[in-house]
Design a protein around this ligand. Sequence first.
Ligand code: ZN
Length: 299
Amino acid sequence: MDPRPRAAPTAVRAQLSTPDARDVMRFANVAGRASVVIDDTVVDLAEATDGRIGPDPMDIYRSWDDALQISRGLGPSSTPLDLDQLGCPVPMPRQVFAIGLNYRRHAEEAGMAVPTKPATFTKFPSSLAGPFDDVTVIGDATDWEVELVVVIGRTADRVAHDDAWSHVAGLTVGQDISDRYLQMAAGAQFSLGKSHRGFGPMGPWVVSIDEFDDPSDLSLGCSIDGEVVQDARTRDLIFDVPTLIEELSSVLTLWPGDVIFTGTPSGVGMGYSPPRALAPGNVIETWIDGIGTMRNRCV
Ligand code: ZN
């Protein structure tokens, strides 16, 4: 790991005000309602479709083909985007999958063997939070983990690797905030240790999969108070997105609106010597190129 502080790339920071993402289709939860963000304005999907889609943000994924097609015909509205109104873009998935040790250097810093099957756990849905929500620090081992989050758009049951991307609605940014004490207590209980209230910020929105030139190679990172602590690319995933969908859907069915936290690269607090942890007052910025940046203040 390279612990030297670096500034976050300016192109990434610019996405907070969205001009670089002008024509990108972004599905959001604005004040609790299913919305499309176009040119820094908000289109309410239930209003725009006479109730055919929405107002529940989960309706976007329950009617994904309709939502995508209808949204392509929409233009900007007169309602400006207010970042403070953005909630978790996928607030109540039926299933949340999260993958541990899915980047080689992260497995090394955690002192764990590289797995031969995806190391799968859940973040309970009640832990999910909005892209600008505060994170409540628990104890002195609350850690950060930037992750690419996959949102399922079509039911996936025994899906082949080559067919996997067609079951994805879009991608978003996630923070897999982790209480390392609770995570490692009683042997290992990843699911509970990563599910404190507010431990799953996601957003700022979901970008539909067809908007990416190459959805399998995105830069992602996070900073604490401006110091870049994680900086990697998703092409370095041990189990890539199609493999995760193939493996998970060989065991169970993935439903529209389900999300997969795909794992974090190196640079988490527990990888430092001595270990680092989040403290009240810290500001976490978390980004993925082509999606956007979240900002969460620790309290
Ligand atoms: Zn994680």
